[in-house]
Design a protein around this ligand. Sequence first.
Ligand code: F6R
Length: 610
Amino acid sequence: MCGIVGAVAGRDVVAILLEGLKRLEYRGYDSAGVAIQNAEGVLDRMRVTGKVRDLESCLTGRPFVGHLGIAHTRWATHGRPADCNAHPHTSHDTVAVVHNGIIENHEALRIRLEDLGYDFTSDTDTEVIAHLVHHHRLQQPSLWHAVRIAVSELVGAYAIGVVSTTDPGRLVAARLGSPLVVGIGVDEQFIASDVTALLSVTRHFVFLEDGDVAELTQTGVTIHDAAGQIVGRPIKKSEVSADAINLGDFVHYMQKEIHEQSTAIADTLEGRLSGHRILEEAFGPLARGVFDETRCIQIVACGTSYHAGLVARYWFEAIAGIPCTVEVASEFRYRRPVVSPGTLVVCISQSGETADTLAALQETKRLGYAHSLAICNVPESSIVREAELTLMTRAGPEIGVASTKAFTCQLVALLLLVIAIGRRHGLGLVREAEIVAELAALPVLIEKVLRLEGAIRVLAKQLLDKHHALFLGRGTQYPVAMEGALKLKEISYIHAEAYPAGELKHGPLALIDAQMPVVALAPDNELLEKLRSNLQEVRARGGQFFLFADTAANFQDAPDMRVVRMPSVGSTTAPVVYTVPLQLLAYHTAAIKGTNVDQPRNLAKSVTVE
Ligand code: F6R
């Protein structure tokens, strides 16, 4: 779960590599490194524990120039964050490798290579690749041949970039199970873990497929597929603009992305609604047949995307009238689920590269599930390519590690799916029109909630010295509370848990005291009175409340209760709207605390390892 970038050009590539790494830091940021082949044909390498800016500082004022190079930003899997474990890894100062993924048979390969006389200087699984390529290059006519044989011996997942002093001006790249794109420039070629890394140098990309091995020179790219045949993969023009990944006037990407939600939702709805109805065509030409056959739904996802699935479960059963189960992908993939006929598997993923979700999707195919659909934010991602149907969220690039706009767009996309399926199970035109009206109103409502930011920032100050927090909701607000708790813990490092408010008296009430802030969600719906009683149970025991409540619910500020008055919202789309203040609360708590909001410790944006 690292980021890799590589370049071969007629100009110095160091600045291109560093810029690419900065764009990829969301994938990992515990160490970084770069290797280039310099004018004398010698490999020059620099690695540091820390961020790309630390690497950049180390290079300042040092002669470090080359027309061919590879670079890496790391999220440690094998071996702690340390200079010696940072990539690129080299063999005999000849071969250098950057790698994203996990080599499962690295121990066996290490023993074999040690027997052949290779010395290891790191604890990583990647170093075996460098030595393996070096070993094969001794017998093979080119670096490309050596890499091809080396990757055939690897078990696991990899996206790699390899250079060797034996093959000046050549960069070899290969992928299996980890993402890798080739950027096509004018007399210069690049590789990277995703397109955003290369937008400053090209808009034209080839998406390598599993098993591909590509050779890049200044003038072109040759791709061989898994069978060793030369293949022409299509060149696609990226629609992502370089502006979309600039911070603008915001302090952090997370804040920017929270504020982009009304536009992102409007974009996700665009062309998918017509009058009072949703357009089923949005799901592609095969959708009609698939939906006709669908009898139940199995959702698989991780983290925030899993929370979107939990909200959707309420919708599928209450609105569409069909059974729905939701499971975290890392559990689902190793369970032996009973496959019900007519089950549509719905995978939800911002990145489309989450290893557990992808593997769960592949497992459902093996198990004979009827159909699959991906809700995803990255069009060329592995999950999109693997699923039978797709519905893209149009949140735009999400850089902050904590997912925000992708989540609310996932909810919107899921609601479109609920309607499409519900039509086959008794959802009438009137109800559909009501939900469509609620969807269309979301962008304006979210703008209104964003205007509460100042009041929420004041609340955030009161959380600063707390070590724990409880989040409460009922119905669809329970998964929203779970998402709020996840946001708070991942970026502010305050421990937070969510409970369905009715469950408190079965145990968690014992935790309540003045040091345990309770964040509760109170839209004006059929559960409001029940929630009111649950809140009384907490107040009677000295709990301190932060309440996000519908203005009409008429809660009043009190010494033990801070109320943020929310606009009136439709009962179906309330989970989308009530997510936003919790994102702001987590964001401001972390920002005031001074944590690294966009790159919280120990995490990475795209979890491409198990
Ligand atoms: C939390 C967060 C993660 C992701 C999870 C799945 O803020 O972002 O929990 O939601 O790693 O990622 P995707 O959606 O890319 O599959």
